[in-house]
Design a binder for this molecule. Structure first.
Ligand code: ADP
Ligand code: ZN
Length: 801
C-alpha cells in the first residue's frame, strides 16, 4: 500500500511513500508519520491512503507512525487541500500551520492491562486478542501494539477497551499549574454575607478580605492571606457566600460576575431576539449558511451570538469563536468560562507551548467543545462542528502575513462549508468585501441598530487642525484648546477618557538639526523610532534595535531633536497638562511586556482615569465610565498608498467612537484632522455608515479594487536590486504573454511602496480580475518555475506596502 504524505517543505505537491507490512492498520488519513526526504528526516501527515505510486518511481517506505488516532480530522484534511489550492500554497506548509509543532507523539503512549481486566466478561475477538497480547507482554507502546497484532480497526477497539476500564493508557503529562480555582463574593450586601458565614471567624475574614480587594482572588491567595485551609473556602462556597470558578492560571483574574452568565440572564431587546432567532433557526436546519451580524458598537452583538453557542453546546455540538486578540477581550473569556466551564478551550497567546498542546488535546478528545482563539483556532480539531463565529471580522490580524497567507474569516466560511455548519461574521464596521457579500445575498445580513440600555452613540466633535495654532515645537503633540477643555470637563465630571495616537514610542524620527542625520535602519532605509524610556532607536519594520546616542553619531553635535509624537510623548505631554491624573498606556510595547490585560483592568476598575494608546484602545472594550474618546491625528493612514487606507481610517474612528458613552450618559468623540471634508471623517463624525459605504464602493468600483475584483500580489525580494527588478520583469512578461492573461489587469512591475525592508529590495506586480479562479489558473500555468530571488504570492492581499 502507498500513501501520500504532506511534509513541511515548500514543495508544490505531495510525496508518495510505501507502507511496510504491519503499519497498514496505522497509516491512515490524518496521522503523523516519520519519513525521509533526501537525507532529511521529517514528520509529515498522511493525506491520502491507497494511492498509486507515480510511474517509474521507486517509493521509499515510511519509517514510523506517530499517532494511533488521526491528528487531523476528515474535514480538516479537506480544508487543508482547499486552503492550499485557494492560496496557491504548498499543502505541506498548510498542514504545518494547522498542527502545533512538537505536539507529543500520542502513538508513543504506553498501554497496559488494568487490574480488573480479567474479571470483566470477555468482549469481541479483537478485544480478547489485545488482552491476551498485553497479558504476555506487559506494558507496550501503542503503535507497537497495533503493529504486532495487525488489527484493522485497532484505534476503535483500544478506545472501547479503555472506556470499559480494561486497559489503561498513560496520559500525556498534565501540567498542574494550568488551571487554578478562584473565588469572588456572591451578590448581596456585605452584612448579609457576613451573617451567612455563621460563627466562623475565618469565614468572616475571608469575606472582609475579598470585599477589601474588590476583585476575585485565587483560592491559594485567600488561604495565604487569611492563614486558613481550602476547606474554609469550600464551605463558604457551599453556603453561597462565595462563587467558585476555574480559570487559566496565566490569564489575569477577569471579573467573573460582570460577564453575562447563566446566573443573571439578560433579556434580549426585540432586534437582538430577532437576530438570535434567525441563528437558532439556521442551526435547526443543519446546513451550511453564513450570516453577517452587523450592529453598531455597544448594541450587544456578543450576547446574540453567545445564544447560538449556548444552543450548540446544549445539543452536544462544538463551536469556534475567533477573535482578533484574546488578551483584549477578557470579558468574552469570562463569559465563555462561566457558561461552558471546562468545556471551553482558550487558545491565548500567553499560553506556553505545553499549555497550548494541552488545550489542543482537550479539544481533540472532545472535552472542550467551545474554542475561543485567534485566527489559527479556525483549525481547532473539534468534532461535530456546528458554528463558527468570527468576531470583529474586519480586523487585519485575521490575515496571516507568512505562508500560508490565509484569512481567518475566509477559512471559517470554507470550513463551515466543508462541515455543513453555520458561520457568523460579526462587526460594527464590516469589511467592504463582507458588506458586498451581504448585499448580493451570499450572506444573510442581520442588523442591530440600537445601543444597549439608555446609551446613545456619542456626539462627534471635529477639530480642524489647519485653523488651530501650529505646534510651536516640531512634533509637539496636538492637544488643541477644544480637546484640552473637553478632557478637563470630562475629568471634572468624574468620567474617563481614551486618547488614540497610532504610533508607539516617543517620536517616529530622531533628527540632528546640525547635519540632518535621521538614524535610518541600515536594512530598511526608513527612520528608526525613538523610544525615550528605553533610550533606544528601534526599527518598526524589522525590529532592529540600537541604543539612542546623546549626541549625533555623524557630526558629534549636541543637536538631536525628536520629531513627531508617539504614545510615549503623548503620555509625557498629557502629564504636563494634567499633572497627577493617573494614566494607562496600551500599545504593542505594553502587550509585549505582558501588561495589556493589567492596563485594561486598572482602567476598567477606574483606577486610571485616562487610557492612551494605539489602535488597540479602540478594540471591542466595554468601559461604561468612558465619556470621551479622541483621536489626536486622524490622518495617519489617509495618505498611505494602500487602497484600504480610507476603510482603515473609517473603521478606526468608528470603533473609537464606539468606546465612548456606553454608560447611561451620552459621550463625545473628538476627531482632530487636517482633512475635515474627507468622507471617511465626515461619515464617522455623523455615524453615517451608509454614506461611507456608498462613497467607498464608488471609489473601489471606479478603480477596480475589491470587492469588485479579485487581487493577487506578487512580491519579489532580493538583496540585489537589479536582480530583483530583472526577475520581476521576467515574471511579468511570462504572465502577460499567456493566453489566460486576456482580461487580467496587470499593474507593474514597480518598486513596492517600501522599496527596501530587512535588507532586501522589493518589487511588486498586481494582478486583478473579477474571477479569483482565473487568476489562480493563470499563475499555475504561467509562473516561471525557476526564478532567482524570493517570490511571495499573496492571494487577497491585505497590505500592499
Ligand atoms: P457590542 O459587541 O455590540 O459592542 P457587547 O456585546 O459588548 O456590545 O455588549 C455591551 C454590554 O451590554 C455587555 O456588557 C452585555 O452583556 C450587555 N448587554 C447586551 N445585551 C443586553 C441586553 N439586552 N440588556 C442588557 N444588557 C445587555
Ligand atoms: Zn529595519
Amino acid at each position: 500500500m502507498n500513501v501520500d504524505v504532506a511534509v513541511p517543505l515548500p514543495l508544490p505537491g505531495l510525496l508518495t511513500y510505501s507502507v511496510p507490512e504491519g503499519l497498514e492498520a496505522l497509516a491512515g488519513n490524518g496521522v503523523r508519520v516519520r519519513v525521509r526526504v533526501g537525507k532529511r528526516r521529517l514528520i509529515g501527515v498522511v493525506v491520502a491512503e491507497d494511492v498509486r505510486a507515480p510511474e517509474g518511481v521507486k517509493t521509499r517506505p515510511i519509517d514510523a507512525v506517530l499517532d494511533v488516532d488521526p491528528i487531523l480530522t476528515r474535514d480538516l484534511l479537506a480544508l487543508a487541500r482547499q486552503t492550499a489550492d485557494y492560496y496557491l500554497a504548498p499543502i505541506g506548509e498548510v498542514v504545518r500551520s494547522m498542527v502545533p509543532s512538537d505536539l507529543p507523539h500520542w502513538g508513543d503512549q504506553k498501554v497496559w492491562l488494568s487490574e480488573s481486566a480479567l474479571m470483566l466478561p470477555p468482549g469481541s475477538s479483537e478485544e480478547t486478542a489485545i488482552i491476551e497480547h498485553l497479558t504476555s507482554r506487559g506494558r507496550v507502546k501503542m503503535t507497537d501494539l497495533v503493529r504486532d497484532l495487525c488489527l484493522p480497526d485497532a484505534p476503535a477497539v483500544i478506545a472501547s477497551l479503555r472506556e470499559s476500564g480494561r486497559i489503561q493508557v498513560r496520559q500525556g503529562r498534565r501540567d498542574g499549574g494550568r488551571f487554578q480555582t478562584a473565588v469572588e463574593l456572591a451578590k448581596g450586601d456585605r452584612s448579609d454575607l457576613l451573617e451567612r458565614c455563621g460563627r466562623s471567624k475565618q469565614g468572616r475574614e475571608v469575606v472582609e478580605f475579598l470585599a477589601e480587594l474588590s476583585r476575585p482572588a485565587t483560592v491559594s491567595e485567600v488561604c495565604e492571606s487569611i492563614g486558613c485551609g481550602p476547606s474554609v473556602v469550600r464551605r463558604l462556597a457551599s453556603l453561597g457566600v462565595l462563587l467558585r470558578f476555574t480559570q487559566i492560571a496565566k490569564l489575569p483574574l477577569a471579573r467573573h460576575r460582570l460577564s453575562s452568565g447563566p446566573s443573571e440572564p439578560i433579556s434580549l431587546r426585540l432586534d437582538q431576539a430577532a437576530a438570535a432567532d434567525a441563528l437558532l433557526e439556521a442551526l435547526m436546519i443543519d446546513e451550511y449558511k453564513t450570516f453577517l451580524l452587523a450592529g453598531i458598537t455597544g448594541s450587544g452583538k456578543t450576547e446574540v451570538y453567545l445564544r447560538a453557542v449556548d444552543r450548540v453546546f446544549e445539543q452536544g455540538g462544538s463551536a469556534i469563536i475567533l477573535v482578533p486578540e484574546i488578551a483584549l477581550v477578557p470579558a468574552l473569556a469570562g463569559a465563555t468560562r462561566s457558561r461552558y466551564g471546562s468545556a471551553t478551550a482558550l487558545l491565548h497567546s500567553a499560553l506556553s507551548k505545553s499549555e497550548r498542546h494541552q488545550e489542543w488535546e482537550r479539544i481533540r478528545s472532545g472535552e472542550a467543545r467551545v474554542v475561543v482563539g485567534p485566527r489559527s483556532a479556525v483549525f481547532a480539531p473539534v468534532e461535530n462542528l456546528k458554528l463558527i463565529i468570527v468576531d470583529e471580522e474586519q480586523d487585519p490580524s485575521y490575515k496571516q502575513d507568512h505562508v500560508p497567507r490565509y484569512h481567518g474569516r475566509d477559512l471559517a466560511i470554507l470550513r463551515a462549508h466543508c462541515c455543513g455548519s453555520i458561520a457568523v461574521l460579526v462587526s460594527a464596521t464590516p469589511s467592504l468585501e463582507t458588506r458586498h457579500n451581504g448585499k448580493i445575498g451570499k450572506f444573510e445580513a442581520l442588523s442591530l441598530t440600537r445601543r444597549v440600555g439608555k446609551a446613545e452613540l456619542p456626539e462627534g466633535v471635529l477639530v480642524d487642525l489647519r485653523s488651530e495654532a501650529p505646534p510651536s515645537r516640531p512634533g509637539e503633540v496636538h492637544f488643541t484648546d477644544p480637546l484640552k477643555e473637553l478632557i478637563a470637563s470630562t475629568l471634572d465630571a468624574g468620567d474617563q477618557a481614551i486618547l488614540l495616537r497610532n504610533r508607539r514610542g516617543y517620536s517616529p524620527v530622531l533628527l540632528c538639526r546640525a547635519c540632518g542625520h535621521d538614524f535610518r535602519c541600515d536594512d530598511c532605509g526608513l527612520p528608526r523610532t525613538y523610544h525615550l524610556k528605553d533610550k533606544r532607536l528601534c526599527c518598526h519594520y524589522c525590529g532592529a534595535v540600537e541604543s539612542a546616542p546623546g549626541v549625533c553619531t555623524e557630526c558629534n553635535e549636541d543637536a538631536l531633536e525628536a520629531i513627531g509624537a508617539g504614545t510615549e510623548r503623548v503620555e509625557e505631554r498629557f502629564q504636563e497638562l494634567f499633572p497627577g491624573v493617573p494614566v494607562g498606556v496600551l500599545d504593542r510595547d505594553t502587550s509585549r511586556r505582558g501588561l495589556a490585560t493589567a492596563v485594561l483592568e486598572t482602567f476598567g476598575r477606574g483606577d486610571s482615569r485616562v487610557l492612551i494608546g494605539t489602535q488597540m484602545v479602540s478594540k471591542g472594550h466595554h468601559f461604561p465610565g468612558v465619556a470621551l474618546t479622541a483621536v489626536l491625528l486622524a490622518d495617519t493612514y489617509l495618505g498611505f498608498p494602500d487602497f484600504r487606507a480610507v476603510e482603515k481610517t473609517y473603521n478606526l474612528l468608528t470603533q473609537l467612537a464606539g468606546r465612548a458613552g456606553r454608560g447611561d450618559r451620552p459621550g463625545k468623540v473628538v476627531i482632530q484632522t487636517y482633512h475635515p471634508e474627507h468622507y471617511a471623517i465626515q461619515a464617522a463624525l455623523a455615524h453615517d455608515d451608509s454614506r461611507f459605504v456608498a462613497e467607498e464602493m464608488r471609489f473601489r468600483r471606479m478603480f477596480h479594487y475589491p470587492p469588485f475584483t479579485r487581487m493577487v500580489q506578487l512580491l519579489l525580494r532580493d538583496s540585489d536590486r537589479s536582480r530583483a527588478a530583472k526577475s520581476m520583469g521576467m515574471i511579468s512578461r511570462a504572465l502577460e504573454s499567456h493566453p489566460l492573461a486576456k482580461g487580467v489587469r496587470i499593474s507593474g512591475p514597480a518598486p513596492a511602496p517600501f522599496e527596501r525592508l530587512r535588507g532586501r529590495w522589493r518589487f511588486q506586480l498586481l494582478l486583478r480580475h473579477p474571477s479569483g479562479n482565473r487568476l489562480r489558473s493563470l499563475l499555475t500555468s504561467a509562473l516561471p518555475k525557476s526564478i532567482s530571488g524570493d517570490l511571495v504570492v499573496d492571494v487577497d492581499p491585505y497590505e500592499l506596502l
